[in-house]
Write a protein that binds this ligand. Sequence first.
Ligand SMILES: NC(=O)C1=CN([C@@H]2O[C@H](COP(=O)(O)OP(=O)(O)OC[C@H]3O[C@@H](n4cnc5c(N)ncnc54)[C@H](OP(=O)(O)O)[C@@H]3O)[C@@H](O)[C@H]2O)C=CC1
Ligand SMILES: O=C(CO)COP(=O)(O)O
Length: 335
Amino acid sequence: MTRDCMTSFEKFGVVGGGAWGTALAQLLAAEGAPVRLWAREEDVVAAINAEHRNPLFLPGAALSPSLTATSDLGTLSGLDALLVVVPVPYLRAVLAALPAGDAPLIFCSKGMEAGSFDFPIDIAREIFPGRGFAVLSGPTFAHEVAAGLPTAITLAAENPALAEGLARALARPHFRPYVSTDMIGAEIGGAIKNVLAIACGIVDGAGLGLNARAALISRGFAEMTRFGLARGALAETLAGLAGLGDLVLTCTSSNSRNFALGQGLGRGESAAVLMADRRTVAEGAFSAPVIAAAARADAIDMPITDAVARLVAGETRVADAIQALLSRPLRPEGR
Ligand SMILES: NC(=O)C1=CN([C@@H]2O[C@H](COP(=O)(O)OP(=O)(O)OC[C@H]3O[C@@H](n4cnc5c(N)ncnc54)[C@H](OP(=O)(O)O)[C@@H]3O)[C@@H](O)[C@H]2O)C=CC1
Ligand SMILES: O=C(CO)COP(=O)(O)O
């Protein structure tokens, strides 16, 4: 029997000790199930093992003693499934160092790789051809999941049996995966909402009002839909938890690192300074220029994404970017 046909997944590993990797590991370990987490930094490994905390990336969360950490990727073998929660710019290098095996890989990162224009599943297919893959994405602030607050999420895998088996294994009374076969839709939703959260943060930081934010969410969703449909995503995925759901969450809260980065830009702070000062990721800052370039290459109109890319690169000022968006020719709403 292949892993894809397994009906139960009991032993999970988590690759990545940031906020989201730690929260997912805690979700699975909360009732005492053993979960092994790989983190790059020895400080994170030591704090999880000795104090059952991750003060660097998930301060305030008490972690289960059954969650153990390692800095040795080689020890993540012999498990039933691995959740991969590494920011996309570092993903290829970490995957290349993973031990071989047939445990399905569940991708939880939200971004697109520079240069290759690859999403996580594309990278994984190159490194592990034939392995089972899934995407887990939706409106899920890590600290809320770690605190056991109600959360729903999309779990997509091409093989419906794999999606259903993983959903059953990950579901908790307060954590509800909805299954799908549309991995590309789930990946695109998560990557583009990060960029649009920066845009909404900019509008907030610049004091441009709530009408402007609602307009950005709607017109941003139109960009996500154009890009997604052109790459074979299903409209229902983009309108679901991994697309619109996550867009609403991160475009309306400064708990979003992407939104908070945008707020700084909107207040007139320099992108270079805002980026240099941070330890946590705002994936949208990495992905904006990549998605904007991919859209240009395919002649997909994405003016908001393009504006965020230029603002993050310091190539334009907020007032000029807003003026450029507002002075585009009038058009039918459906385009
Ligand atoms: N936080 C959240 O609420 C959610 C986040 N996500 C997504 O999950 C992914 C991870 O985000 P998150 O957990 O929040 O990250 P954090 O910002 O909390 O932490 C940054 C992570 O990046 C890692 N990192 C930094 N440099 C490198 C490197 N050179 N090689 C490998 N790893 C490196 C850090 O590891 P190290 O300690 O070793 O530096 C750390 O695990 C992102 O794609 C994000 O969009 C998805 C849903 C929710
Ligand atoms: O993806 C997230 C919630 O779904 C977290 O958003 P940020 O990375 O912007 O904090």
